[in-house]
Each structure stands twice: as structure tokens, then as C-alpha cells.
Design a binder for this molecule. Structure first.
Ligand code: FAD
Length: 397
């Protein structure tokens, strides 16, 4: 029988892995992708939908390209993995066996680590739009549109590591851009559990003081502990309570629920999945390769779509090599670029290169290989849009 590679999750990591196993096996291996959503909706660029300069359709791509590569897509949710029997059971009841499993379930938001947040989320009062772009992105945009001029939008940021280090700061810029044009008496509060801006700090701070002076206020060392949805109040471990009209509370995160079900979350207080970085094989179970945001990343590696796409290619090459009896690519080299829109046109970036160091079995950032933009420009805005087009084509075909 043909080898079967099962992929759970059709996001940045999983869709790329599915496509590359087909390509690298010369379309010989069977690839089955399990993903409940009808289309791929990108978190990258989704902050522009919240700012109002883009529509959700512009960040949505159908899965047809994967079908053209011969990937079989099962529109369902994986409920349980049995690593001993090498089977996955779906919510719909079916059980599928695998030779290799690639798991890219993204993150689970730990609502219960902030008192009152789960209930406030479930009634649609306090949104995140972080675990998945789509209806929640639109709902958050609608909350901003419904807010009175003179109101306050507050975003809270959990301690590192979380999905997309610059993402919350980009979102603050997008909301401030909207307010400046449409509701100029309104304010953006950035309430950060970290001691300072986690990514592109100097650049973001300059944008906030030049472009959004009097609109964005940044407060470090604010670790949210509770929300009172009715009063519109966020409480913190140490600092004073904050009242706001639109509350965008991002709780701490961990590996997607299915990875936890399978017991693969063996790192950092059970939050992330440990992998052997040479092939992304789980350190908890054989023949399961975990990629993307769900893993314990190597030092200086961000949880980004760009990195998930890069992990996927290393994992796909390893899976195809192992199932074919070929030698493994010994020293993978990965890259990352994260662009952030500071308004509807201008962009800043951070880039890095990560080389696998066999002796230490980890990735290390290559000295002087990366860096950040000198300042926001429209040219980088064009690069950012082309980055998105390229990675969507590479991920989805
Ligand atoms: P995801 O892309 O989230 O994919 C996980 C998939 O798994 C989902 O489709 C989900 O439906 C599916 N799934 C989960 N559980 C199951 C299950 N049990 N069964 C079947 N399917 C399942 N990154 C960048 O590189 N650049 C950016 O500019 C950028 N901007 C961002 C802006 C925002 C606002 C946010 C929130 C994130 C941003 N990111 C950016 C980060 C990027 O979105 C993530 O790092 C990336 O999506 C991680 O890929 P993944 O495959 O791990 O998870």
C-alpha cells in the first residue's frame, strides 16, 4: 500500500506540509488533510480588516489549490490521536490510520487564566480575534464601528511567548489609524504584561509618538487577571483597574487542544510541544511531527506564519525521506520576516535567519543576518503585500 501522511490543521504549517509532502514525494504519497474550515483565512493582514482598510475576503483563500496537488481534504475536526495504534479519530466518528502524522493545530487561548474572560467571550462581549481570523475579526471591527467618538479601546498582551510577537502592537496602530480618521477623540490603550514592547520596540514607540500622539498610550507591566464584562473593566495583578468601551483581552496561550489531548505538550509547564528540531518529530511520540505555533520554539524564533511555513518544509522533507529510506537533510536553515502595518500603507519589518547547529540540536540566529527597518515606508508596504501573496501561493498552491 502507498504510505499515508495525515496532516491535522490546514493553517500556515499544516497546509504547507500537506502540499510539500505531495511535491517532494513526486505525488506518490497519499496525503489526507483534516481541517474543519471551508477556506483558509489568514491572521497575517487580518489586523487591516480591524483597521478597516481591507475586507476579510482579501485575506481568504480557498483550499482548491491543495486539491489540485492531490491532497485529500476531510472537512472535520480531529478529536483524538492514538500514537500507539497510529490512528486519528474525527468528530464525525471516522478513524483514519497513518504512517506519519503532521500536527499543526495552532494555539489554544487559556481563557480560564483570566477570571470572567470565558463567559465574557462566550456572550461576544470581550473578543480576541487571535486564535482564528474570520467571524471574530469582523465582530471586533463592528465593536469599533459601534463605539462612540471619545471612547476607549484597550488591548491586553500576555507574557511571552505568545502567537505573533509584533501582532498586538500592529493592531494598536490599525485601531489608532481608524480612530484618527473617524473618531479623533477616542483612545487606544496598550496594556502589556511584558516589561517593554516585545518586538520592533523602538520603531513602534516612534510611530506612536509621531503619528498617534495623544491616541495610543502604552503601559508595560500590566498582567490582566480578571475582566468585569458588565462594567467594562479589566483588573491587573498589581496596577489599577482600567475601564474601556471595547476590550480586546488576549489571554496566555498554549499548543492547540488536540496536541494536549495526545499528551504532546511536554515543555514549559505543559504549554508547548517538544520536538527534535532536525525533523520536528515529537519528543513524546514517534512518527508524529509537530510544527508551527504549537511547538516549544528554539531560542529567538518567533511564533509566526512565516516560521510555521518553514517548519513545514523541513518536516515534509524528513517525512518523505524517512518513508522512502532516503538520508535526512542534516542541517536545515530557516528564515523569518514579520511585517507590521503602522497605517493603511506604511510598514516596518523584522527579519532573522535560523541555522540548525547539529552539536547542540537546536537553531541559532545567524549573527548580523537579520534586523529591522530604519523607518516605516510605503515601499515596505508593497513588500508586505507581496510577502502575503507569495506565502499564500507557497502554502496553498
Ligand atoms: P494556524 O495557522 O492557526 O492553523 C491551525 C489550523 O488547525 C487551523 O486552520 C485550525 O482550524 C486547525 N485545527 C486546530 N485544531 C484542529 C483539530 N483538532 N482538527 C482539525 N483541524 C484543527 N505571522 C506572520 O508570519 N506574519 C504576520 O504578519 C502575522 N500577523 C499576525 C497577525 C495576527 C492578528 C495574528 C493573530 C497572527 C499573526 N501571525 C503572523 C501569526 C500567524 O498567524 C501564526 O503564527 C500562524 O498562523 C501559525 O500557523 P499554525 O499552522 O501553527 O496555526
Amino acid at each position: 500500500a502507498r504510505a499515508r501522511v495525515l496532516v491535522i490543521g490546514g493553517g500556515y504549517g499544516g497546509a504547507t506540509a500537506a502540499r510539500y509532502v505531495r511535491l517532494l514525494s513526486d505525488h506518490q504519497m497519499e496525503v489526507v488533510l483534516i481541517e474543519p474550515n471551508e477556506a483558509f483565512v489568514s491572521c497575517p493582514l487580518s489586523n487591516l480588516v480591524i483597521g478597516g482598510s481591507r475586507q476579510i475576503a482579501e485575506v481568504t483563500t480557498p483550499y482548491d489549490g491543495l486539491a489540485r496537488q492531490g491532497v485529500t481534504r476531510v472537512k472535520d475536526t480531529a478529536r483524538a490521536i492514538d500514537p500507539q495504534r497510529k490512528t486519528v479519530t474525527l468528530a464525525g466518528g471516522a478513524t483514519i490510520g497513518y504512517d506519519k502524522l503532521v500536527l499543526s493545530p495552532g494555539v489554544e487561548l487559556l481563557f480560564d487564566s483570566i477570571e470572567g474572560l470565558r463567559a465574557a467571550h462566550d456572550i461576544g462581549r470581550v473578543l480576541q480575534a487571535w486564535q482564528k481570523a474570520g467571524p471574530e475579526t469582523i465582530a471586533l471591527r463592528q465593536q469599533l464601528e459601534a463605539m462612540r467618538d471619545g471612547g476607549v479601546y484597550a488591548i491586553t498582551i500576555p507574557e511571552q511567548p505568545y502567537r505573533c510577537p509584533p501582532g498586538p502592537y500592529e493592531r494598536a496602530c490599525q485601531v489608532a489609524w481608524y480612530f484618527r480618521n473617524a473618531k479623533p477623540r477616542s483612545k487606544v490603550l496598550v496594556l502589556d504584561a511584558n516589561p517593554d514592547v516585545v518586538s520592533k520596540g523602538a520603531l513602534f514607540k516612534r510611530v506612536w509618538s509621531d503619528q498617534y500622539k495623544g491616541i495610543i498610550e502604552y503601559r508595560p507591566q500590566h498582567k490582566a487577571t480578571a475582566v468585569d464584562a458588565r462594567a467594562g473593566v479589566i483588573r491587573f495583578e498589581v496596577e489599577e483597574d482600567v475601564k474601556a468601551d471595547v476590550l480586546n483581552v488576549l489571554p496566555p496561550m498554549r499548543a492547540g487542544a488536540i496536541a494536549v489531548q495526545a499528551g504532546l505538550n511536554n515543555m514549559a509547564g505543559q504549554r508547548w510541544c517538544g520536538v527534535d528540531y532536525v525533523d520536528f518529530q515529537s519528543t513524546a511520540a514517534r512518527d508524529i511531527h509537530v510544527i508551527g505555533d504549537a511547538i516549544q520554539v528554539a531560542p529567538a524564533m518567533p511564533k509566526s506564519g512565516h516560521m510555521a511555513n518553514a517548519h513545514a518544509k523541513v518536516a515534509a522533507a524528513a517525512v518523505v525521506a524517512e518513508l522512502s529510506g532516503w538520508p535526512l537533510t542534516p542541517e536545515p536553515m530557516l528564515t523569518n520576516t514579520c511585517y507590521s502595518f503602522v497605517d493603511d500603507q506604511r510598514v516596518i519589518h523584522v527579519a532573522s535567519v535560523h541555522a540548525y547547529v547539529p552539536d547542540e540540536r537546536t537553531y541559532k540566529a545567524v549573527g548580523a543576518s537579520g534586523g529591522v527597518s530604519p523607518a516605516p515606508t510605503e515601499l515596505e508596504g508593497r513588500y508586505a503585500l507581496n510577502w502575503a501573496r507569495n506565502i499564500w501561493a507557497d502554502t496553498l498552491g
